[in-house]
Design a protein. Structure first.
Length: 127
């Protein structure tokens, strides 16, 4: 495995740590570790910049889906400063997965996320 591959996988691992951090202080720390200071997150439902905005989006999703966690679905595919991967939002209680998507990320020189472009592949009816 190349250093570039490790760089992408490490960034995605930090990304999931942020999305799954339940405590606000732990979430803020995880977001800061995963994203650059002016990093962005954009999907069909959100478009935010900076650590506070990203942490707020994560908190809102956790509030909407209590007892769920984000999990990587497959591998991480990356080259240069860009990677893509798929994910699922999974119930810890019963393993159901009402939401799934794919994200494309770009990284800065330190391997932190500059931008996330998220796509929702599966959402619950009425969401």
């Amino acid at each position: 495995m190349s250093a570039t591959t490790h760089r992408h996988e490490d960034a995605v691992a930090r990304y999931f740590e942020a999305w799954n951090a339940q405590d606000p202080a732990a979430r803020a720390k995880a977001v800061a570790a995963a994203w650059s200071g002016d990093g962005t997150y954009t999907d069909p439902l959100a478009d935010v910049r900076g650590h506070d905005g990203i942490a707020a989006v994560i908190a809102a999703v956790q509030e909407q889906f209590p007892g769920f966690e984000f999990r990587l679905n497959g591998g991480v595919d990356g080259h240069h400063d860009t990677a893509r991967f798929s994910w699922e939002l999974v119930s810890v209680a019963d393993g159901s997965s009402p939401v799934a998507g794919s994200d494309v990320i770009t990284l800065d020189g330190q391997g932190r996320i500059r931008a996330v472009f998220g796509f929702l592949d599966r959402v619950p009816a009425g969401a």
